[in-house]
Design a binder for this molecule. Sequence first.
Ligand code: ADP
Ligand code: MG
Length: 485
Amino acid sequence: MKRYPMYVNGEFVASESGKWFPVYDPSTEEVIAEVADGNAADVDRGVAAARAAFDTGGWPQTTAVERGRVLLRLAEKIRQNTAALAELECRNSGKPIVEAEFDIADAAACFEYYGGLANKIMGHVNPVPDNAISLSMKEPVGVAGQIIPWNYPLLMAAWKLAPALAAGCCCVLKPAEQTPLTVLTLAEWLAEAGVPPGVVNIITGFGETAGAPIVAHPGVDKVAFTGSVEVGKRIMRSASDTLKRVTLELGGKSPNIFFADADFEAAVDGALFGVFINQGEVCSAGSRILVERSIYKKMVEAMSEKAKKIRLGPPLERATKMGPLVSKEQCERVIAYLEVGKREAKVAAGGGRAKQFGRGYYVEPTIFYDVDNGARIAREEIFGPVAAVIPFDNEAQAIRVANDTPYGLAAAVWSRDIFKAFRMVKALRVGVVWVNHMQPTFVEAPWGGYKQSGFGRELGPWGIEEYLETKQVHINLNEQPMGWY
Ligand code: ADP
Ligand code: MG
């Protein structure tokens, strides 16, 4: 059994407690590795290393060009090892291998993007009414605590590490306890790529014991979190004690809205892809499917027919379109929601655990229809392959129902009428809107939510902004004394 230590101050180390925790292959339910079980003492070590690297180690003083090169070397390492990383991601998370390959390529692209952006961060000259030069300069925010979820393990690590390093920050990153293996593999290449000791520290462990101490630590300047709304709220509360900068990318109950004039075949595919990709374990999953009444019945039927044929299977098989859910706990949570759904609405497809494999946390792609937007399955994030289909009668009603949620991460609109589609784009209170598509995500474009889906934006130039402070500099050009006194 392979043991994965943590990565602190440029070295692989066991936890201070000497404890290890198991990680699983959710398709076999077997333990595949053991990982160092970190707690507050390990966080102290990680933060001390990051603090030293930032305050006296010279990382913020390296040139932006040099930091960019480091990121490009990391990207190259990821690209060279795509097959191995994808297989490890696939085994540990349960996602289909083809999707894992996309994720690894996206992680490399994220390092490439910020590698290129590092030396394009610019300040301003401010036109003040004085004989002076007024500047605003961008500087790194300091030590960043970064806590990430299990649905896109290496990709989420890339979204956090790449902009932070480009900005000149030092990082203490905690992967999810379910899926720490790929980022620990990345750690093996950090030194060779030119990341000095202490600049990146990977602390493994559980949320309460290893995540919470990062958020509370006075040596951490900023916390970037992706995960559940519930934990996001706790993080914001805890971070307020030390007034840390906080960015939160939380859950959603994103509406995928279909008008009768949409291309029907594209609509059916788009509805299924929106909610079943990555087994529905996606923060922007199109889990509320709003369908115009005149095509509602036909759409529910076509979706269900196709959903029943979606190929569930071992994630390493290339034909597999849906693997198991990530963990026993997540599987039980989703199954509990299926029971709730059966009381609240009608089942058109799925509705239970897929037992044909004899083992593994497989859940059938499930479609509930005639769902009321007030039902729990329409209001609460399930984070699994569960769709709630809701009919609507007109555009105004579609907008009302779509926005009637505490969340505001994403939405999609399907229509061939550009006036209607663009009216919807403006009316939807969300951070991301797709038109005639759902889920494509690009490192060049901003990502983040409105309302209780969090705040702050990742990716693109917005992503690096969150790791920068703005310093005002005033340079007096009057050589004479002020003569005030
Ligand atoms: P899920 O419930 O699906 O696991 P979470 O939001 O709990 O989603 O987990 C996302 C990340 O947040 C994980 O890395 C987890 O360990 C971490 N986490 C969980 N609870 C806390 C907490 N109280 N403080 C900091 N991090 C936490
Ligand atoms: Mg949790």
